[in-house]
Design a protein around this ligand. Structure first.
Ligand SMILES: CSCCC(=O)C(=O)COP(=O)(O)O
Ligand SMILES: [Zn+2]
Length: 194
């Protein structure tokens, strides 16, 4: 995939999340992998209304999250790059939804999910697994956040809650990452309600 193609996909996907109320204000950011060696991602540009992005509102970044082309990448580009490098993900989604942040307040050591059909949509079995979604403290330093993510990373759990901030979910492409995000948000809303 080249940068303009990635820009089209990211703008369309960001508009969809915004319509769901998951990218309020200028919150949230998305990335897709452009190249494996060396790692290159296309990430949404920083500070924009994510419901109004155009294909040009993306920035190519390297494995540290630094821009390798024009534009200002998301302030969280470094965490996208770290997640992609460690997990092998080809798409990373970051949304500011309420349920994960509330769940992290209640369970700061990790949010446990089990016996729920929707776990299948998150890539896990419905009844045999105990799934723990890692929670890490927020930081403005993406290396600190990346280290916290990597310390708790499990290949079968493609999500991370950043306390008092938001949710990261990843997958093989933007569609899989969105499906996982939608299912996980549903699960987290459920456990906060029961
Ligand atoms: C009001 S959102 C604060 C920044 C943030 O957490 C976010 O997700 C958006 O940052 P970006 O630099 O990607 O626009
Ligand atoms: Zn954020």
């Amino acid at each position: 995939m080249n940068l303009p193609e990635a820009g089209e996909l990211l703008a369309k996907e960001a508009a969809r999340y915004t319509a769901m109320g998951w990218m309020r204000g200028s919150s949230g950011n998305l990335s897709v992998r452009l190249r494996d060696e060396p790692l290159r991602l296309a990430v949404t540009a920083s500070g924009l209304d994510k419901g109004e992005l155009t294909a040009a509102d993306v920035v190519e970044i390297d494995s540290s999250g630094a821009a390798v082309g024009p534009g200002v990448p998301s302030a969280e580009a470094g965490l996208h790059a770290r997640i992609a490098a460690v997990s092998g993900a080809r798409a990373v989604v970051h949304v500011h939804v309420h349920a994960p942040v509330l769940a992290a307040e209640r369970w700061p050591d990790g949010v446990q999910l089990r016996d729920m059909e929707m776990l299948k949509g998150f890539g896990r079995s419905a009844h045999d697994d105990l799934v723990t979604i890692p929670v890490v403290p927020n930081s403005q330093d993406m290396v600190v956040l990346g280290d916290s993510f990597e310390a708790g990373h499990r290949a079968d759990t493609p999500a991370l809650i950043v306390a008092r901030h938001g949710l990261y979910v990843w997958g093989a492409d933007l569609t899989q990452a969105r499906h996982r995000t939608e299912c996980l948000e549903w699960l987290l809303r459920f456990i906060m309600a029961v």
